[in-house]
Write a protein that binds this ligand. Sequence first.
Ligand code: ADP
Ligand code: ZN
Length: 542
Amino acid sequence: MDPLEEALRSRFGLDSFRPWQREAIDAVLGSPGRALVVAPTGGGKSLTYQFPAAVLEGTTLVISPLVALMEDQVRSLTARGIEATYLASTLELDERNARESAMLRGAYKLVYAAPERLASESFVRMLSRCKIALVAIDEAHCIAQWGHDFRPDYLRIGSLLERLSPPRVLACTATATPEVRREIIEQLGFANTTFSEVLRGFARPNLHLAAKTVDGPKQARAAVIEALETAIGQPRIPRGGAIVYAATRKTTEQYAELLRKRGYNAAFYHAGLDGEARTRVADRFASRKFDVVVATNAFGMGIDRSDIRTVVHVQPPSSIEAYYQEVGRAGRDGDEAQGLLLCSGADIALRRRLVQMGSDGEAADASLAARAWQLFRDLLRYIDARSCRHDFVLRYFGDERETLGGCGHCDVCQEIAQHAGDDGTSTEGTTLIVRKALSAVARANKRAGMQAVAEMLHGVDSERTRRFGFTGLTTFGLLKEHSLPWTVALLRALLAAGWIDLTTTEHPVPVLTRNGVSVMKGEVEARIVLPLEPRSPAPSSS
Ligand code: ADP
Ligand code: ZN
């Protein structure tokens, strides 16, 4: 038997590693000894440093922001006979000193430290005298100033690593946005060395994803009711629970009222309720006395119910990450569950105002606002997607290894399957149109933005298309039978499908991705549903 599996069994009482855990542990124990692990909460990230800590000679230092969590882990490690302790400013000075002396003697396999300890020069000096086998940084996204959980003390970790130069470093987080990952890599000094990035476990195959543009509250209400009836059935005999997320307190109350009138055991939940009332709603939902909770995003932490059959968003949240976390509360038991995201033009305008207004109601810092708006626009691209939604999310998180090239259980994949059933010609036509559009992007050769490329495809003979030299290209007017707005929507759909990308230059221009090249060459089928003609105007991209 594999010695690591053996050790896993004897030291941790677990049967086997999850494949990505093994990958991370191999990277930490072997070369390059540096790893960034990104996996969802509950995925099992702690094992990726606890296990190496248990088998390595020396002490593993774990930087972790939450004292309660440290206490928990120390307790369960100690119970398994793995010596561990934690250091935080909540401890009496005597106790802390005693633990630090024991640490110096090498008495612990793991020492958890709160990040604020790193501000103490004497603590860092003590660390440099210990035999440190591994430094693990839990909740590593706290280092990212753009992140939602920034902790200034985390910025000290970079210089700590420089000073200690430990043989192994592992960072873990559940935050997978590319921006945050970049910042972690930068701050930890990984950028200048080789390191492994293990990013996995985000796929949720039992979750059916759908998104829909609605034209107002009436359509939204109808869609919510339909979604509830489909997912949990009739109010009297519900199959499991449902969460309906709305953007404002007032909307949650109105929806709860509406659903109660339809016979559901529904309650609302928002930050305007006092703590006791909130606990009561959460408890009753957990114990199945309520079937539906209509909530703002304040409802989240500690939802303890695995048979949630649907999560419906009346309005879009702030980002793909926020959305995926909220919708991810459905189907924790592994049975089929549904996620439906609704969006109207008014919701986009509302978000625009929210983004420009800081949390304190004053105008927000311009760069923060721009950043927040960017995150929301990524979510709009998800809503607009004309290719697999699961693949979209996984690609967004960088979890490409789990993409399926079409999942069969999102609304777009189902639509694609329906079209394919017509007579077979429509998918062929689709592929041809997509290949024409991709060729146009290639021909434009980074000279022009999306609008100008659309004009080339549509065959607009203007001062601009001439200046770019588009009128003389073979791709000029290739899609002239379609309207210009449709052609723009098509290019957006290709962007969402990951076949083209926008450069990060001041004036972003479309370029083909590697997958896009394969589709253009006809090596890969274009699994996409084309925009409808005529199509309502796409959300503004500025
Ligand atoms: P994370 O830190 O990613 O949020 P945890 O490390 O707290 O997740 O692990 C979540 C749960 O998964 C724990 O109860 C843990 O015991 C369990 N777990 C982790 N790895 C394995 C494994 N290889 N086999 C079985 N259970 C595991
Ligand atoms: Zn799909």
